[in-house]
Design a protein around this ligand. Structure first.
Ligand code: GRG
Length: 304
């Protein structure tokens, strides 16, 4: 897995994530042509953001979920790459001085530090719109109805009813105290929405029936919350050299987190329980869901 200091990945999960990540990176690299001079800094910044050393979990989730329905990896590649572009954009904008004001991401200077603030804003915008260009590409050879569902789902999940809305709540939560339900909703929107969209995309591509879709959505929901709690725990007891980003920032800024609400051990227990229920939702798929089950457990034990 292309990430510093990762632990506890089973070798089968490690291999599958690495294979998916290589395919997605290769696809995006080929897709992202240079902007002509003098504006080339833009495509350089986009490449820096989207091809940097991240875990590529969202595209893997798209491909693993599609795999449950025997959709071949090359058929789910466009949807996988598009979602990573949306994720990369969100990280670039999240790190900006007006948001989290971070100078370290994925073990390297954030985009606005490596380039400049205006370029970082444009690179984020460029990656978000590139995602929809990829989805709508005529060479993405799926049914038009499937494409429309994917576009709609990604737009809703990334937008004001999803990730962007969650980010807004997170900013507001620095000034007012959110209760437990509001905290869960904020986390679900900010982090969970894209993870849920990832597994739903695989199910859309695979033509899931109602029961299969419900199981996958329930998995995505529990996984998303577990992932966010694990991230909050890393902010408390993680190491910047392992996580590749600054730690200890949430408590400094009085952020609404489950760690703040439940304490470190309480949050850890809750995340473990969520990973198990996430895995249980996939029992209808039998052993074909083994990789996704492994991923749920990895999520809460990760160190980066
Ligand atoms: C700015 C619109 C906008 C949204 C920002 C993604 C996000 C919303 C905020 C990031 C804050 C944060 C650290 C959330 C916790 C979960 C999370 C999304 C972690 C980063 O994702 P990983 O761990 O990162 O998959 P890599 O680098 O591996 O891709």
């Amino acid at each position: 897995m292309n990430v510093a200091g990762d632990i506890s990945l089973t070798s089968r999960l490690d291999g599958a994530v690495a294979e998916s990540a290589a395919a997605v990176d290769g696809f995006i690299k080929d897709y992202l042509i240079d902007v002509p001079q003098p504006g080339q800094g833009l495509s350089d910044a986009m490449a820096y953001a989207v091809l940097g050393p991240g875990k590529r979990l969202r595209p893997f989730l798209v491909q693993a979920s599609a795999g449950l329905f025997n959709v071949a990896a090359n058929e789910s590649l466009y949807a996988a790459a598009a979602l990573e572009c949306i994720h990369a954009y969100s990280l670039v904008h999240d790190d900006l001085p007006a948001m989290d004001n971070d100078d370290l991401r994925r073990g390297r200077p954030t985009v606005h530090k490596a380039f400049d603030e205006a370029t970082a804003i444009l690179a984020g915008d460029g990656l978000l719109t590139l995602a929809f260009e990829i989805l709508a590409d005529p060479q993405f050879n799926v049914d038009d109805g499937v494409k429309t569902r994917l576009c709609l789902d990604y737009a809703r999940s990334a937008g004001y009813k999803g990730m962007v809305g969650g980010q807004m709540m997170d900013l507001v939560a620095e000034k007012i105290l959110l209760d437990e339900d509001q905290t869960a909703l904020m986390q679900r929107m900010k982090t969970g929405a894209l993870l849920e969209a990832a597994v739903r995309a695989g199910a859309i591509l695979g033509g899931a029936d109602r029961a299969q879709m419900a199981a996958i959505e329930a998995f995505g929901q529990d996984l998303g919350l577990a992932y966010q709690i694990a991230d909050d725990l890393l902010d408390v007891d993680g190491d910047a050299t392992e996580t590749g980003k600054n730690v200890g920032k949430d408590s400094d800024r009085g952020k609404a987190t489950f760690v703040a609400r439940l304490g470190t051990q309480g949050a850890r227990d809750y995340a473990q329980a969520l990973a198990q229920t996430a895995a249980d939702h996939l029992s209808i798929f039998g052993h074909s869901a083994d990789l996704l089950v492994d991923l749920a457990h990895y999520t809460v034990n990760r160190r980066s």
